[in-house]
Design a protein around this ligand. Structure first.
Ligand code: F6R
Length: 369
């Protein structure tokens, strides 16, 4: 049932191009318009939405952090992303014009369920993004957009995350399309790129051998840091989470701009630091800033592991290890940048003799608060 792979996690990592393609299937029509009629929230209601609040836990929360950037950019609707476990305890401001998006692979996570119940009590509309048909979270929501990742067995989430991202992009682009924004042309272009993105994920998977080798060489390390900016920041958090849960290593993700406000004190000789570099096209200011961050940490002895777009030459002099990913529109980069981090964590866990599919102390779905 593992289809020839040693672990479900490896199988699920390999299934990601298909999972992404399946989640897009039937949702983009021949003219490049999104057809999300299955989201039964009437367009008239979506046009009135004045705030989006995303609630989720763990990996799904990282997808939500990326969704916030996409929603605010393409729709100009204010959006916040909150840990479901914190949400209802702070008396959040919600009303009929708030759209709450609850993201959950299992559809059974108690923290997320309690957050959405609270939101509905306040009159907000709830849209679930979920991978499990008929589970509790979609049943209790006003609408659901299913991710079509297929069953995810390994405890560590991989293909579910990529499909959550796809669903979030679809929601963001759909909101942009039904409301009309000044980014209309960009939205059309991104929809075209998104339709082909499964091929880019496949390309990344084909080039992972050096990442596995690198992971094995770091098996006796205690700490790995992850840096990113903009959409690369949640990717850094996700890389760190994967490493904690699978390799049981101290791993932390930082927004690269925060380095100088404290974390740079952690840098010491030979400390592995993974840096997710934004595209040099698009928001190129961020690209240049992160290249300086790489220089700064390397000058202090860090061993830099740089994930950068194909053709980005500026990073080459400062990368002890360079992992190339295909060029994508800025906001879509997490779909390709996360994959090497999944492979990295899985291989490190194996090298350390850990049980990959069933990490200690963890359960696949967390049905208690
Ligand atoms: C990490 C992981 C967890 C889940 C979290 C939410 O690899 O699997 O962090 O993402 O427990 O679970 P769902 O998406 O089922 O609500």
């Amino acid at each position: 049932e593992k289809g020839g792979y040693d672990y479900f996690m490896l199988k699920e990592i390999a299934e990601q191009p298909k999972a992404v393609a399946d989640t897009l299937l039937g949702r983009i029509d021949a003219n490049g318009s999104l057809s999300l009629d299955e989201v039964r929230i009437p367009v008239s209601v979506l046009r009135e939405v004045d705030k989006v609040v995303i609630v989720a836990c763990g990996t799904a929360y990282h997808a939500g952090m990326i969704a916030k950037l996409a929603i605010e950019h393409w729709t100009r609707i204010p959006c916040e992303t909150e840990l479901a476990s914190e949400f209802r305890y702070r008396d959040p401001i919600l009303d009929q014009r708030t759209l709450v998006v609850a993201i959950s692979q299992s559809g059974e996570t108690m923290d997320t369920l309690m957050a959405l119940r609270h939101a509905r009590e306040q009159g907000a509309k709830v849209l679930a993004i979920c991978n499990t048909n008929g589970s509790t979270i979609p049943r209790e929501s006003d609408a659901v957009l299913y991710t079509h990742a297929g069953p995810e067995v390994a405890v560590a989430s991989t293909k579910a995350f990529l499909t959550q991202l796809v669903a979030c992009y679809l929601v963001a682009l759909y909101l942009g399309q039904v409301r009309g924004t000044k980014w209309g042309d960009e939205i059309d272009a991104v929809i075209r790129e998104l339709s082909d993105i499964a091929g880019a994920v496949d390309t990344v998977l084909e080039t992972m051998e050096p990442v596995r080798e690198l992971a094995r060489s770091l098996a006796d390390k205690d700490t790995v840091l992850f840096l990113g900016r903009h959409v690369g920041y949640p990717v850094a958090l996700e890389g760190a989470l994967k490493l904690k849960e699978l390799a049981y290593m101290h791993a932390e993700g930082f927004a690269a701009g925060e380095l100088k406000h404290g974390p740079i004190a952690l840098i010491e000789q030979d400390l592995p630091v993974v840096v997710v570099v934004p595209s040099p096209r698009g928001r190129s200011v961020l690209h240049d800033k992160i290249v300086s961050n790489i220089q700064e940490i390397r000058a202090r002895g860090a061993r830099t592991i740089v994930i950068a777009e194909e053709g980005d030459l500026a990073v080459v002099p400062y990368a002890d290890h360079l992992i190339r990913i295909p060029a994508t529109p800025t906001l879509l980069q997490p779909l390709v940048a996360t994959v090497p981090l999944q492979v990295f964590a899985c291989e490190l866990a194996t090298a350390r003799g850990n049980e990959v599919d069933q990490p200690r102390n963890l359960a696949k779905s967390v049905t208690v608060e």
